[in-house]
Design a binder for this molecule. Structure first.
Ligand code: UTP
Length: 288
């Protein structure tokens, strides 16, 4: 019997160059959408999906992530003493939401390398991977949608979204068999293809569940474009030896890893926010 899926890796050691200078001293994953850093959305989604054993792969200058999920006794005492109960609850909740481990990726050698850094922590179990700068808002958490498909198939399942032609060159794009019971068996992946070379419009969007066999191929991977070890190269190899499935997930998705996507995420979630939504709408009307 396979072990229950509980482990999830958050690779958060990238350079965040598209956000410079904001990311010179602040990790991209700590940039705020409405009132929470992006990484907290990802962690909450993972926890709501039963993935509560979390490892963050961080790099230099990423201490803010560790501090965010740590207990700040002084802040909690101050909020408590000042009777700011709602804020106290929010702050203490973040610090106690999950068990977290941290590992350093000493050089930003790519997403595949970041995942490989967590190999010994994961061991011989299936595991999740979540990219926090892809924000997913949905009734059923996206990691839960993948978990259900993984439990049904016993194999790797990754989240897909249909993207318009003009966006194909921004994503890893998959080649698939015909859809069956909501799942596509993947037959290959290409990183950021030109539209003429793209095998489909189905893009990888930063949520994955993998069998531990992926690590065999990550270990063998040679650095490719820009000296980076690509996750998609190892996925391609994995798909040759066992099924790797993709599913188009049901979620509002925000590619918030670049300034425009980030602004759209803030505007959309700002307008939906219970506390600020109506006021924000009024203010926006004045600007438009
Ligand atoms: P991105 O390419 O979106 O992030 O990687 P980046 O490299 O930080 O950003 P740009 O392209 O320079 O603007 C996707 C995810 O993989 C992580 C990033 O932190 C992000 O969550 N990553 C990427 C690593 O952990 N290590 C790496 O070497 C590269």
């Amino acid at each position: 019997m396979n072990k229950q899926l509980t482990k999830i890796i958050f690779p958060a050691a990238g350079m965040g160059t598209r956000f410079l200078p904001a990311t010179k001293a602040t990790p991209k994953e700590m940039l705020t959408v409405v009132d929470k850093p992006m990484i907290q959305y990802g962690v909450e989604e993972a926890l709501a999906s039963g993935l509560d054993d979390i490892i963050m792969v961080t790099g230099r200058g990423k201490d803010a992530i560790e501090n965010h999920f740590d207990i700040s006794a002084e802040l909690e005492a101050n909020l408590h003493a000042a009777g700011k109960d709602e804020l106290y609850q929010k702050v203490s909740h973040v610090a106690r939401m999950a068990s977290m481990a941290y590992i350093r990726q000493k050089e930003a050698k790519g997403l595949g390398h970041a995942v490989l850094c967590a190999a010994s922590w994961v061991g011989d179990e299936a595991f999740g991977v979540s990219l926090a700068d892809e924000l997913m808002i949905s009734e059923k958490p996206v990691m839960q949608q993948l978990r259900e498909a993984h439990e049904k198939t016993g194999f790797s399942v990754v989240a897909l979204a249909k993207v318009p032609d003009e966006d194909v060159s921004k994503y890893g794009i998959v080649k698939t068999d015909a859809e069956q019971d909501g799942l596509f068996r993947l037959r290959g992946m290409v990183e950021k293809p030109d539209i003429v070379d793209a095998p489909s419009n189905l893009a990888l969007i930063g949520r994955y569940i993998f069998t531990p066999k992926l690590f065999d191929f990550l270990k063998e991977s040679k650095a490719g474009v820009g000296g980076e070890i690509q996750l998609t190269d190892a996925m391609n190899e994995l798909a040759k030896v066992e099924p790797v499935y993709g599913m188009v997930v049901d979620a509002d998705r925000f590619d918030a890893g670049n300034p425009l996507g980030f602004l759209i995420a803030n505007a959309t979630l700002g307008l939906r926010d219970k506390k600020y939504g109506d006021l924000f709408r009024e203010e926006l009307k004045k600007l438009l």
